[in-house]
Ligand binder design. Sequence first.
Ligand SMILES: [Zn+2]
Length: 328
Amino acid sequence: MTHPLEPIPIIDSHVHFVHRERMDELLDLLDSVPCTRFNLVCIPNPDATTHNPAALYFKQHHPQRVFISGALDYSVLSDPGRAPDLLAAQVVFLKARGYDGLKMIEGKPQVRKLLPYRLDGPLYAGLWDAVERENFPVVFHVADPDVFWDKGGCPDWARRSGWDYSDGTYPSKEELYAEVDNILERHPDLKIILAHFYFLSLDLDRADRFLDHHPAICFDLAPHTDMYRDFSQDPAAARAFFIRHQDRIIYGSDMDTRALVRGADGRRFMQSIPLLIRSFLERNGEFTLPDGTTYFGLGLPLPVLEKIYATNFERLYGSVPAPLKETL
Ligand SMILES: [Zn+2]
C-alpha cells in the first residue's frame, strides 16, 4: 500500500533505543514515517544499569533531532535512608546534563512488583516534587492491557514476557490508577504523558473523565495489544473523543531496537506500527493493512493532526531538544 498520508512534520514521543549499532537502521525507519524528531525513552535494566548511555550516544550524533527521556538509576536503593533524596537529585542532574524529560516504567505491573514501592509513597515523594518544580516532562507507563490479569485470556506471547498478572501477586489496574490519582492530586502541574492511552482504549467514557479531571495530562498513541481494534469498535465515539481531546493526545510508536535485533520479522513489525497509527488518524472509514487486518480510520482534519503529531509534544518538551552538557 502506498502511503496515502499527509506530508506533515511528525515527532515520535515514544521510541526505545538500546542497541547503538542499530542507530542508522532505526533512523531509517523513523525517516520513512517520516519523523522530524523523536523522543528516546529510557528504562532501567534489572541489573541496575539503564538505557541512558545509549540515548546519550544517539543524541550526541543527532543533537537536533533527538529528545531523550532518562531512566532513574535504582542503584541508590542500596542506601535506603537516602534513596528518596537521591532519586529526586537525579531529576536535577538529568536536566542539567541535557535530558529533555524522564521516562518511568515503574507503573507497569511487572516492574511495580520488582520495585515494590507505591508510586505515591515515600520513595518517590521527593522525586515528584522535583519533577514538578523543574517543569520536567515525564512519559509514564502505568498499568497494562486488562487481558494480562485474566488467566484464560492472557496471550501466550505476553505470558512468555512475564506479563501474566493473574496469580494475585501483582498490583491490580485499579490500585495503580489510585496511586496515580494521589500523585496528581498533590501535583496538579506535573506534565505527564501516560503511555499507551493509559490502557483506557476500551473505556473512552472513563478516559474522557480522567482527562477532564487532570488538565495537564496527555495520553500517547503507542499501541498496546488491541488498542486500535478497541477504537475501531465504535469509530464515531473514537472520533468524537479525538476531536474533543485534540490537545491532549500525542503520537508515539513504541519503535524499539529490541525488535530490530529479532531480524526481518521484527523489522516488518516496526514498519507496520506507524502505518497503522497514521492510517487510523488520517483515513476515513474502513481500511485494511498489508497483513489483512481491518480498522476504521477517523479522518481527522489537518489542524487536529498537527497537534497530535507535533505541537502537543512541543508544548511539553519544547520545540527543540535541550543541548547536551558534556562537562558535567
Ligand atoms: Zn514503550
